[in-house]
Ligand binder design. Structure first.
Ligand SMILES: Nc1ncnc2c1ncn2[C@@H]1O[C@H](COP(=O)(O)OP(=O)(O)OP(=O)(O)O)[C@@H](O)[C@H]1O
Length: 439
């Protein structure tokens, strides 16, 4: 983990996904390292004097602000949430509940820990499950040890998947796997309740019935029951809290929208939101259903275009908590070409792999890729600058017919050249047709 937090290593990893924006990549890496450095300081008095080095990313839409923060979190395995500062000025939110960002972050983290735990338990109980099912296929008393091993291997390989067997089933445990294992980002009261209900019904004395099911379903059923009986959700709560307190990252988008120039007569609620957010950033205790969370080590990354306001329009106390300010640049054609070709899992690769599943071998010439980048830049200038997000729309349009026609009768190779791209877009650059691109 510590290895992962070395600034140079972080930037190296970020480079796999984000083109340009060197300053931003470098500074988020520094922020993260500084949190770690601060935690190492043992002199409590000194430590308390050092404030976290939160960061404001300034730049137009679609240039990588969120992407950098999100990737940073993934690379360092940090709990992450993105919130919009403007949300807290909406009716029903005014003056309250900025703490929900922390509550939601804990929920997300708890759910992730739950998923991980389920994976571990799946591995742990898989063998027992296969054994149980094998015994139901052929009672072990009737076969010798060699036959047992062969049978067990056959069950694992799926040989008996479709065969029906009789299983003694606890009633009330019909909930499908996906429901019991619900792991959305939503608070998961229902998922927990489902698990508890199931556990209750599997206590001795709970109702049982014999049902017929396929071996495949029986394996799933037994595995699920083992997991439900052995998962300890209570033990995950303090772990989730600790992880958020130590490693959490909160990304606050549209921070510029709650900044206001002195003398401007916008609603007071903007200042109110700043005032509400401040203590969370300074360090406070937030009560959640998983326990109470201290927020002082959480890293806050704020972002905004700052076209109307400047970071200096934020309350001084809030500015003080965001000592690092970095400007991101508008992406140019070369950047777009690199986004299309150089980053891991880039858009072209995604579409190539999608079509490969329909036996289409898709490729783009260098000329075509440059043309795509050029068109994206033009559309951004003509209609609205949405940054790199434009690329997806352009490619979608180019591949529209192909994606509709596939699968073809046999394996097909399609090479998109510059001419193809020009042809598809020629007609569109007439003024009135640009409406098609308004998202
Ligand atoms: N510099 C970049 N390198 C690689 N991909 C990028 C870059 N900038 C943007 N993208 C792509 O564009 C998408 C949108 O970018 P992102 O979400 O980071 O926008 P943003 O700058 O946070 O703007 P907003 O404030 O509107 O959310 C990303 O998911 C990513 O695929």
């Amino acid at each position: 983990m510590k290895e992962k937090l070395i600034p140079k290593k972080i930037v190296e990893e970020l480079n796999k996904y984000i083109i340009s924006q060197e300053d931003a990549k470098k500074n988020v890496a520094i922020s993260l390292r500084n949190r770690y450095r601060r935690k190492q300081i043992s002199d409590m008095k000194l430590k308390n004097e050092i404030t976290p080095k939160n960061i404001i990313l300034i730049g137009p839409t679609g240039v990588g602000k969120t992407e950098i923060a999100r990737r940073l979190a993934t690379i360092t395995d940090s709990p992450f949430i993105k919130v919009e500062a403007t949300k807290y000025t909406e009716v029903g939110y005014v003056g309250k509940d900025v703490e929900s960002m922390i509550k939601d972050l804990v929920s997300i983290t708890f759910n992730k820990l739950k998923v991980k735990k389920i994976e571990t338990l799946k591995e742990k109980y898989q063998e027992v499950t296969f054994l149980k099912v094998a015994k139901l296929i052929k009672p072990y008393g009737t076969i010798n040890p060699d036959e047992k091993n062969i049978l067990l291997d056959e069950v694992k390989s799926g040989k008996y998947d479709d065969q029906e067997i009789e299983v003694e089933k606890h009633q009330n445990s019909d909930a499908p796997m996906v429901e019991v294992f619900a792991t959305g980002n939503e608070p998961d009261e229902d998922g927990v309740k489902g698990i508890i209900d199931n556990i209750m019904s599997s206590f001795p004395g709970g109702k049982k019935k014999i049902v017929k099911m396929s071996v495949k379903n029986a394996i799933e059923y037994f595995l699920r029951t083992e997991i439900e009986q052995n998962i300890d959700l209570e033990e995950l709560k303090p772990l989730a809290i600790e992880k958020v307190e130590e490693d959490g990252i909160v990304f606050i988008d549209e921070i510029d929208k709650i900044a206001e120039r002195e003398g401007s007569n916008s609603e007071v609620s903007r200042q109110g939101v700043q005032r509400d957010i401040l203590p969370i950033i300074e360090g406070t205790t937030v009560m959640t259903k998983y326990g109470s969370v201290r927020t002082e080590h959480i890293l806050f990354i704020a972002a905004g275009a700052f076209t109307q306001a400047s970071p200096s329009d934020l309350m001084p106390e809030l500015q003080g908590r965001f000592p690092i300010k970095v400007r991101l640049n508008t992406l140019n054609k070369d950047d777009f070409v690199k986004i299309l070709t150089e980053i891991d899992f880039n858009l072209l690769t995604q579409y190539r792999e999608l079509l490969k599943t329909d036996k289409v071998n898709l490729s783009f010439t260098k000329g075509a890729i440059e043309e795509i980048a050029e068109i994206a830049i033009d559309l951004n200038e003509e209609i609205e600058n949405i940054g790199a997000r434009r690329l997806a729309g352009v490619i979608e349009k180019i591949l529209n017919d192909i994606m509709f026609e596939a699968p073809y009768e046999k394996q097909t190779t399609i090479k998109i050249g510059k001419k193809d791209v020009v042809k598809i877009f020629n007609y569109d650059f007439v003024e009135e047709n640009l409406d098609n691109y308004i998202l």
